[in-house]
Write a protein that binds this ligand. Structure first.
Ligand code: DX5
Ligand code: ZN
Length: 223
């Protein structure tokens, strides 16, 4: 059975208890770890890099979905792969030679993702969609967790789903930013395959139960 995936964003975890938080995700119904790398240049915030990811990889028992919010990501793709990344997502807005960068990621053996800022239309990926393993629709402006979901993203998700179906591609649609129990079902009905959730999971009284609830929603594409 094909079911949508849940990827808790570790940005919202308690970093003084990182091993405990990773263990919680390991024990839960979550599918991936979503790891947000920020450089203080592409986005107005700085988080962590390959050194911390390498440490997390030692404890994580599920794939690492690494979201690079950095300029010139092509310089660091091999390093993130070595650190343990299974999916490497770069921003469309940070890649003048996106086709080359996508193939550079695939050559390392990782899955290649492209993230779109809220103002970037999905149409820019039309000539490349078959080459992309995952498109990450940013539903907040990247840089911080805990922001409000931009509602226009729902229509954007539908458009992208249409593009993928038309191209007969197997690209996954990931939704990142402001996702929680309140909008998960509409996003899944619009065509989402992967839901990233940071604060909705880690600020919940029972994160494991919240992950299970997110996983239990019906998706238009579950069968
Ligand atoms: C934002 C990050 C997101 C963020 C999501 O720049 O890419 O992954 O951690 O956090 P929430 O779910 O709290 O919006
Ligand atoms: Zn992210």
């Amino acid at each position: 059975m094909k079911k949508h995936l849940i990827a808790p964003s570790m940005l919202a975890a308690d970093f003084t208890q990182l091993a405990v938080e990773i263990d919680m995700v390991n024990r839960s119904e979550a599918d991936w770890f979503h790891l947000d790398v920020m450089d203080g240049r592409f986005v107005p915030n700085i988080t962590f890099g390959m050194f911390v990811i390498e440490a997390m990889a030692k404890l994580a028992t599920k794939p690492l979905d690494v979201h690079l919010m950095i300029v010139e990501p092509e310089k660091y793709i091999e390093a993130f792969r070595k650190a343990g990344a299974d999916v490497i997502t770069v921003h469309y807005e940070a890649c003048p030679h996106l086709h080359r960068t996508i193939h550079q990621i695939k050559e390392t053996g990782a899955k290649a993702g492209v993230a779109l800022n809220p103002h970037t239309p999905v149409a820019v990926l039309e000539d490349l969609i078959e080459d992309i393993d995952l498109v990450c629709i940013m539903t907040v402006n990247p840089g911080f967790g805990g922001q409000k979901f931009i509602y226009q993203s729902l229509a954007k998700t539908r458009k992208l789903r249409e593009m993928i179906v038309t191209a007969n591609a197997s690209t996954l649609i990931e939704i990142d930013g402001g996702v929680g129990l309140q909008n998960a079902e509409s996003l899944l009905q619009a065509g989402a395959d992967v839901l990233v959730a940071g604060s909705a999971v880690f600020q919940a009284k029972d994160p494991v139960a919240t992950i299970a609830q997110l996983k239990a929603f019906k998706s238009a594409f579950d069968y």
